[in-house]
Design a protein around this ligand. Structure first.
Ligand code: NAD
Length: 292
């Protein structure tokens, strides 16, 4: 059924996600720090708001998709934020990738105010957001998940409740571990194959048809072959996610030796000024190491 949805954070992911909600028949009111994505949403059949307060004032569902903990803090707890302005009973769905602690704080503050909240971070990248085929990992109460599910089904094809508040974020950082290590492995193979004089394009296709195949290799092949590092998913965001991963892993005593190593490669990329590039730019470290 059609819902009144406020959508806050219309970036690389949020903009196509909001458009998919419009296409699914929902009334979507968007707010973003910059105006062009709001204009784009209006052109696609949504509505624009001049503030968070205006966007959420009669919303049944509030979705947020902002970069990291500080922005979620600001959007929910700040003056004129979601918690002070969402109508009683509204369901808050934070789809940003943040720490489990942040999701738990939002959920507790929401409950105090007669609101409900779930964490619902996503995987699948910009392409998955555009195509509406994201994987969505939800933490929260079963009844809130049941209400959110029809809305989330317009955004993703794999939508699952994985545990209580914060659990969606725990699964998301595991996702980021696997993606980072996979990109690093693919980038090492690229450097090795090129050095060996093999046709890279053909080699990556044949590798992708076997056990070495992966969504990373499918989605990032052209980035590697063409050295096209326009984001996509920015190194700065992956750095944030691996920081969240390593502190969560430390808290439960889980050693992550390979993820720690790749996290350092990502730190090195940022230090070299590449933080704004796509995470496939992990290839750049290896080119520097191999004297290219
Ligand atoms: P982005 O930087 O492109 O978009 C973030 C948007 O949030 C921007 O448009 C910005 O204006 C807006 N914003 C920031 N602070 C705000 C505020 N106070 N009020 C209103 N709007 C505000 O980032 P993105 O790539 O869309 O990523 C968003 C989240 O999704 C991040 O947590 C990221 O880790 C996660 N994610 C990204 C991808 C990807 O491939 N890009 C994939 C999965 C998950």
């Amino acid at each position: 059924s059609s819902r009144r949805i406020a959508f806050i954070g219309l970036g690389i992911m949020g903009s196509p996600m909001a458009a998919n909600l419009v296409r699914a028949g929902h009334t979507v009111t968007g707010f973003n720090l910059t105006q062009p994505p709001i204009d784009k949403l209006v052109a696609e059949g949504g509505r624009g708001a001049a503030s968070i307060a205006e966007a959420v004032k009669d919303a049944e569902v509030v979705i947020t998709m902002v970069p990291a903990d500080p922005q979620v803090e600001e959007v929910y707890f700040g003056d004129g934020g979601v918690l002070d302005n969402a109508p009683a009973g509204a369901l808050l769905i934070d789809m940003s990738s943040v720490t489990p602690q942040m999701s738990q704080r939002v959920a507790a503050a929401a409950e105090e105010r007669g609101l409900r909240s779930i964490d619902a971070p996503v995987s699948g990248g910009e392409a998955g957001a555009i195509e509406g085929v994201l994987s969505i990992m939800v933490g929260g109460k079963a009844e809130d998940f049941a209400e959110a599910k029809p809305v989330l089904d317009a955004l993703g094809t794999t939508v699952a409740l994985v545990g209580p508040s914060g659990a969606g974020q725990t699964v998301k950082v595991a996702n980021q571990l696997i993606v980072a290590v996979n990109i690093q492995a693919c980038a090492e193979a690229v450097v090795f194959l090129e050095r060996s004089g093999v046709d890279l394009d053909v080699a990556l296709d044949v590798l992708n048809g076997g056990l070495a195949g992966s969504t990373v290799l499918t989605r990032k092949k052209q980035n590697f072959v063409n050295r096209d590092f326009a984001p996509g998913f920015r190194i700065d965001l992956h750095h944030k996610d691996l920081g969240n991963l390593l502190s969560a892993a430390r808290a439960v005593g889980a050693p992550l030796p390979t993820a720690s190593l790749v996290a350092d490669f990502i730190t090195a990329l940022r230090a070299a000024g590449d933080g704004g590039l796509d995470h496939s730019a992990l290839l750049r470290n290896l080119e520097r190491l191999s004297g290219k």
